[in-house]
Design a protein around this ligand. Structure first.
Ligand SMILES: [Ca+2]
Ligand SMILES: [Ca+2]
Ligand SMILES: [Ca+2]
Length: 333
């Protein structure tokens, strides 16, 4: 697919306000953010596309923590702004010759519009909303592809740059050795994998650990950090300098599982490791010990957490270095 229709770009530019009924009309919010600005950000008038995610944000006046939408409006992609990407076409070509293929971000939201991201398994059901429907789908053109229980083949995997493993205890089968091998090969060729846990099924570790086994990392048996008082517990011990940790002070966890094995430990809570980062061949892997970061409620109700920034950092780090790399707006929480 070549040129991105203007309508698509407008849609992307508006997405951040999706939680507000007024959709793109709230330029006021976005205006203060993102140094990309320059351009009025008044993609606003295009009406409220995007509001398919009704559930999302009932509540929070601030959509997902006051993200900078509006910044750069449609058609205002400008090189070197520091926030938007540098080209305007998701065509697999480095149109502007800056060394990065398809670095498009019309909305200046920090999610590459051309990103090819997919999820395995099913989303969780303990918190409000679903980050992939209500947030990610509105910040990229393709949204997140729901692979759910699809067979993992080289052909299928090759369509995606980043894959997030949700609850795979519910797919109704165990992953085969051929699927595990296909996934490992995909990672080695540059794929970015992130796994989550804590969905509640007693056997939930089995399938995801099967996928992680060739990497020498996985989830331990002892459940950690039970919920107290109706909120997640903040993880505040972060493991030093790493791109995934930029700007992160706290992110909540609730009854997750410790991450054990290979990789660099990036976060710890209650003495357990809750985040590891690995590189395998040309690919990268993040293993996170919980699933609450997938619920919109975590950043609507927790201004003390940097959940959105955590996702932006994670997705960017998992995306191949020469593809779809766009700047993260500086003041996203
Ligand atoms: Ca480029
Ligand atoms: Ca391109
Ligand atoms: Ca975007």
């Amino acid at each position: 697919m070549g040129w991105v229709p203007v309508g698509q770009l407008l849609r992307v530019a508006c997405i951040g306000v999706a939680l507000q009924a007024a959709a793109c009309s709230s330029d006021g919010d976005g205006a203060s953010t993102s140094g990309g600005s320059g351009d009025s950000g008044d993609s606003g008038d295009t009406g409220d596309t995007g509001d398919t995610s009704a559930s999302a944000g009932s509540g929070g006046g601030d959509d997902f923590g006051g993200i900078a939408v509006g910044a750069g409006g449609a058609g205002s992609i400008s090189s070197g702004s520091g926030v938007t990407g540098n080209e305007d076409s998701c065509d697999g070509v480095d149109n502007d010759g800056n060394g990065i293929i398809d670095d498009v971000d019309a909305g200046g939201d920090g999610v590459c519009d051309c990103l090819r991201i997919a999820t395995l398994g099913e989303p969780g059901r303990w918190g409000d909303g679903d980050v992939f429907e209500a947030w990610l789908n509105k910040r990229s053109i393709n949204g997140a592809v729901d692979l759910n229980d699809a067979e993992l083949t080289a052909e299928e995997l090759s369509k995606h740059q980043v894959i997030v493993v949700q609850d795979v205890s519910v797919i109704g089968r165990a992953y085969s050795s051929a699927e595990v091998e296909a996934l490992s090969d995909w990672i080695a060729k540059g794929g970015g994998l992130m796994t989550l846990i804590g969905y509640g099924d007693p056997d939930e570790r089995e399938n995801v650990n099967t996928l992680l086994e060739p990497l020498g990392v996985g989830y331990d048996e002892q459940q950690i950090l039970p919920r107290q008082g109706g909120s997640t517990i903040p993880i505040t011990e972060w493991g030093g300098a790493h791109p995934v940790l930029d700007g992160i002070q706290a992110v909540g966890v609730d009854t997750g599982y410790p991450v054990a094995g290979e990789g660099t430990t990036l976060a710890t809570g209650d003495g357990y490791d809750v985040l590891k980062a690995l590189e395998s061949g040309d690919g990268r892997v993040l293993v996170w010990g919980d699933e609450w970061i997938t619920y919109n409620s975590e950043w609507v109700e927790h201004p003390d957490y940097q959940v959105e920034r955590f996702w932006l950092n994670a997705i960017k780090w998992l995306t191949p270095a020469n593809e779809c790399q766009v700047a993260i707006p500086p003041n996203i929480n």
